[in-house]
Ligand binder design. Structure first.
Ligand SMILES: Nc1ncnc2c1ncn2[C@@H]1O[C@H](COP(=O)(O)OP(=O)(O)OP(=O)(O)O)[C@@H](O)[C@H]1O
Ligand SMILES: [Mg+2]
Length: 398
């Protein structure tokens, strides 16, 4: 299980060993030294560790405030007691820490405890640790397919354009297809700055409004944060960058739609852990459907996927090759929406850089994108929280 972990410490150097231990086990680690930064981004991490806190707040008070804030219940916290005093341990536990480890400790003790907290969080049904804080009324939607060329970018882009028509200025389309992101070209944008620039700006990683200045705005009110300009830069993006990007995006926008491409590396873990919904476009092709099912089952089993999954059947072939029931049994899940084949409008859209819903607004595919947006975003953003409460299990099953 790979977790995204946020550490609060008075001094970064004092937690270097701790961060290395967690990082070498494959977890994504971010260290902050200000209680405000800790409080504002805690909900986007699988686990928060309070090592020490800058004065005047005591660590126990930091934990108490975090747990009392909206969505605080869903945040999981490990406290670190500086000495063996029982009072210190009790204060941290009473404040709301899930567990406390006392210095000195072995790296293996720390790793075991971190994983135990994450597992028990899943068992008690608070969802995957790091799930979006309830009550925020915000929505994070990832569009992802393990197979390329199935319409992932087409779906993400059209959904984002429809969402921005309804909520101008409140929607961000984030291109996390880190090597071959095509969101900008689907929208005919030539971004001067991309998410790579955000990752190089500590202030933007901490402040949603600063991050917003790196996004381009498309006429109609959609903000777009493009992928790095070339695959050569992809390796520079780390999972803690992605966790921070998502957290800041949700600070500054009400709806965040992510084109996650086909990437299945650990860096996408913060997205899968936190997304409300992952939309998976699929083709009518049995081996590909089987692969999608196995992959998502594995993600769910390891606790990496905390969201509802919506399958969108994309008919990229002119003829109906498989019955819907065959597709659903290969996936072991229901298809939520179906996009019709069209030999013209999708291709015109990508070639002109004008999404289907804008360029061919009365076409059948445009209608389908709007209907899918209705399902995802409802009539208003505030309706989103209720929809999440009613969410079904993985893969659309109850
Ligand atoms: N239902 C459809 N009918 C016909 N063509 C389609 C359909 N859906 C998508 N396409 C076309 O398929 C191509 C691939 O779409 P898109 O770029 O959205 O896929 P992708 O999964 O993001 O691909 P990549 O793996 O390259 O990122 C585009 O040219 C798009 O116009
Ligand atoms: Mg794509």
């Amino acid at each position: 299980m790979q977790l995204s972990i946020l550490i609060l410490a008075q001094d970064k150097s004092s937690v270097q060993g701790l961060a290395e231990t967690l990082g070498s086990a494959g977890h994504g680690v971010t260290v902050v030294t200000r209680s405000e930064d800790f409080a504002s981004s805690a909900s986007s991490y699988s686990l928060c560790v309070v090592e020490s806190s800058p004065p005047p707040l005591e660590p126990a008070r930091v934990i108490e405030l975090l747990k009392a804030a909206p969505g605080g219940d869903a945040i999981h916290i490990l406290g670190i007691a500086a000495g063996s005093s029982l009072d210190e341990r009790i204060a941290l536990l009473e404040a709301g820490a899930d567990d406390v480890i006392t210095r000195p400790f072995q790296p293996t003790q720390l790793l075991a405890l971190v994983e135990a907290i994450a597992l028990s969080a899943q068992r008690v049904g608070t969802g995957t640790p790091g799930a979006i804080g309830a009550g925020t009324g915000k929505r994070l939607v990832g569009v992802f397919s393990p197979k390329g060329g199935v319409g992932t970018t087409t779906v993400a882009t059209n959904l984002a354009v429809v969402a921005a028509e309804r909520y101008p200025g409140r929607v961000l389309l984030l291109d996390l297809d880190l090597s071959f992101g095509q969101v900008a070209s689907h929208l005919n944008l030539q971004p001067k700055q991309t998410l790579l620039d955000v990752t190089r700006d500590d202030l933007a990683l901490q402040d949603g409004e600063v991050m917003r200045t790196y996004a381009m705005t498309v006429p109609g009110g959609l903000s777009v944060l493009a992928a790095p300009p070339s695959p050569a830069f992809s390796g520079l993006i780390r999972s803690d960058h992605i966790a921070a990007l998502i957290a800041r995006a949700l600070d500054a926008f009400d709806i965040v739609i992510v084109d996650a491409g086909t990437a299945m590396d650990d860096r996408q873990a913060p997205l899968f852990a936190r997304a409300d919904t992952v939309v998976v476009p699929v083709l009518p092709e049995i081996p590909a459907l089987n692969a999608v099912r196995l992959l998502l089952e594995q993600l769910a089993d390891t606790g990496a996927l905390g969201s509802q999954t919506m399958f969108v059947l994309n008919n990229v072939f002119a003829r109906e090759l498989l019955k819907r029931s065959d597709i659903e049994s290969a996936l072991d899940a229901k298809i939520t929406a179906e996009l019709p084949y069209d030999s013209f409008v999708y291709l015109k859209a990508v070639n002109e850089g004008i999404p289907v819903v804008t360029g061919s607004p009365r076409s059948a595919p445009a209608d389908k994108f709007r209907a899918l947006a209705d399902q995802l975003f409802g009539a208003s953003v505030t309706g989103v929280v209720d929809a999440k409460k009613e969410k079904r299990g993985f893969f659309g099953r109850r």
